[in-house]
Design a protein around this ligand. Structure first.
Ligand SMILES: *Cc1c(COP(=O)(O)O)cnc(C)c1O
Length: 416
């Protein structure tokens, strides 16, 4: 019986018509799954473009886009076609053998971004881990830092993933608590403070790792000129400027990368999420030959990193991003979104900020009930921290859909 429900064979399943389908799935998930998330109580069955549909057939506009992993929209037909085509040919070779997709992805990443080399990984976290390893090795072999003493500077309120080394430099108590002992070699400075960066650098500093806009922290935009100044400070001191653009990159902020708003080219760029349009975990570290060249055979690896299915999906995802001008759409519609939201009058709104189709509404009260009310109105988004609503629709959203969503946000906020 449970199997019938899970396969969603609606023709045979009398329960499907009942209102309890959602609670059945939720009960199974709560009983058998680890409780490391607290999702909104919608059970998604399918999605297309900006719309997702739950198991009871209700339709919602996705205003989160899987934290920017589906910038191209759900189940984009061209990415789907690439996935299906490649899945019928070859999916995994491991890097023990070469495949015919990885070189093409490398070339296309180079042509799109200008970076000389790339290292393919899977999850974003793995790409950050890889960048940290590379920065350390570069510090020892190129910069000449004494073995074992490399330091990496990071920012308060960062989010770079969940592995033990990455949570070691998180400033979010819950991300760390119970998971020690922690990895050493990291120094935390305030975000947006170039003077603090200058003061923190020592001859042992290998790299500065930063999100150009802090997403999880609540779409925090640093002061104008910060990225340019930070990059210059790194450059003067022989420190690698590493931008984690896993969430801010690939069109989200209205440019291909958020660093471009200040004309900054980082020494190392980390991408993930929308690199595969939501179909597959694909991430990459992009850099120069000087930096990525520190890796020699056997230094680092991943069974799935750079597999032909991942590469075919990433190639199609990048093509969609470019050919559908998604960065420009994000810039244009982001301005519409900010403008429309700023017309909403409510005493609980502390600030509305954003860049491109990436906006935060900061309240002086809990955001969770607002997200739940928005869900009942057919709009899906998620709180970050307690009092911030993060809005980040797929970049393919139309103006009409965007305004429809804004009406919902307005009606919910005005009832607060
Ligand atoms: C999501 C995210 C990560 C981690 O990526 P995963 O694919 O979840 O491992 C790292 N850095 C930033 C800025 C992110 O938004």
């Amino acid at each position: 019986m449970a199997v019938t429900i899970l396969q969603n064979d609606t023709s045979q399943d009398p329960l499907h018509k009942e209102k309890h389908l959602t609670s059945r799935f939720i009960a199974l998930e709560e009983q058998y799954g680890a409780h490391n998330y607290k999702p909104l109580d919608i059970v998604v069955e399918r999605a297309s473009g900006v719309w997702v549909y739950d198991v009871e057939g209700r339709r919602y506009l996705d205003f989160l886009a899987a934290y920017s992993a589906v910038n191209q929209g759900h189940c984009h037909p061209r990415i789907l076609a690439a996935l299906l085509e490649q899945a019928q040919k070859v999916t995994l070779t491991s890097r023990a053998f070469r495949n015919d997709q990885l070189p093409l992805l490398y070339e296309e990443l180079h042509n799109l971004t200008g970076f000389e080399m790339a290292l393919p990984m899977n999850s974003g976290t793995e790409a950050v881990e890889s960048a940290l390893k590379i920065a350390r090795k570069w510090g020892y072999t190129v910069k000449g830092i004494p073995e074992g003493q490399a330091e990496i500077i990071v920012c308060a309120n960062n989010f770079h993933g969940r592995t033990i080394s990455i949570i070691s430099f998180s400033t979010e108590e819950q991300y760390r608590m119970g998971f020690g002992p922690y990895l050493s070699g990291f120094k935390v400075i305030p975000f947006g403070d170039a003077a603090a960066l200058r003061a923190a650098i020592t001859p042992h500093t290998a790299a500065f790792l930063v999100e150009p806009i802090q997403g999880e922290a609540g779409v925090l935009i640093p002061p104008d000129g910060y990225l340019r100044e930070a990059a210059a400070i790194c450059n003067e001191n022989g420190v690698l400027f590493i931008a984690d653009e896993i969430q801010s990159g690939l069109g989200r902020t209205g440019k291909l990368f958020a660093c471009m708003h200040e004309g900054v080219t980082p020494d190392v760029l980390i991408i993930g999420k929308a690199l595969a349009g939501g179909f597959y975990p694909v991430s990459a570290v992009l850099s120069s030959r000087e930096v990525l060249g520190v890796l020699t055979p056997g230094d680092h690896g991943s069974t799935f990193g750079g597999n032909p299915l991942a590469c075919a999906v990433a190639r199609a995802s990048l093509r969609v991003l470019v050919e559908e001008n998604l960065s420009d759409r994000s810039a244009e519609l982001g301005a519409v979104l900010l403008d429309r939201l700023r017309q909403i009058r409510n005493q609980h709104i502390r600030e509305i900020r954003g860049r491109g189709l990436w906006v935060a509404i900061e309240l002086d009260s809990p955001a969770r009930p607002v997200c739940e009310a928005l869900m009942r109105q057919g709009l899906l988004c998620k709180e970050t921290h307690d009092n911030v609503i993060r809005l980040a629709p797929p970049l393919i959203i139309t103006k009409e859909e965007l305004l429809w969503a804004c009406d919902r946000v307005q009606s919910v906020l005005e009832q607060l």
